[in-house]
Write a protein that binds this ligand. Sequence first.
Ligand SMILES: [Fe+2]
Length: 167
Amino acid sequence: MIISELTLVTDAGIDLKPPPYALNHKDTLEYHWGKHHKGYVNNLNKQIEGTELDGMSLENIILASYNKGDVLPAFNNAAQVWNHDLLWESMKPGGGGGGKPSGELLELINRDFGSFESLIHEFTLAATTQFGSGWAWLVYNDKKLVLGYHVGRQLIIVYSFCYLGFK
Ligand SMILES: [Fe+2]
């Protein structure tokens, strides 16, 4: 499968974003983009067409369909579209991403975790000690950097907005 031959735009409100770089590991990356990601976008668009969710941003669809924890059917597909968007933006071709941050972020890390190395240790522990699949994340909440994690399809966006909006 060649990425440029895939249809990027669907009929309903949410578009499949093109990957931000060439997918060089075709079997794995094209599977996640050309099948998973595209499938979630298409399924979400079928679910929201003609509903009050149609026309909303992806983030607002997630928040509306999360429905304060009593999730609506569109939530899982919307969550997976958002997860895959985040996945593509979180990687860099050739393994050249990552590295020690600088400036204000490094100052905050040093203040709230003691050191960058300590953050990496705690982050790795949070990410690798979950059962099954899940997420670990670094968030800025209440003027402090903190680690968060959750198993499965839950999203940081839900918790972030909950922390900010429904506390
Ligand atoms: Fe995937």
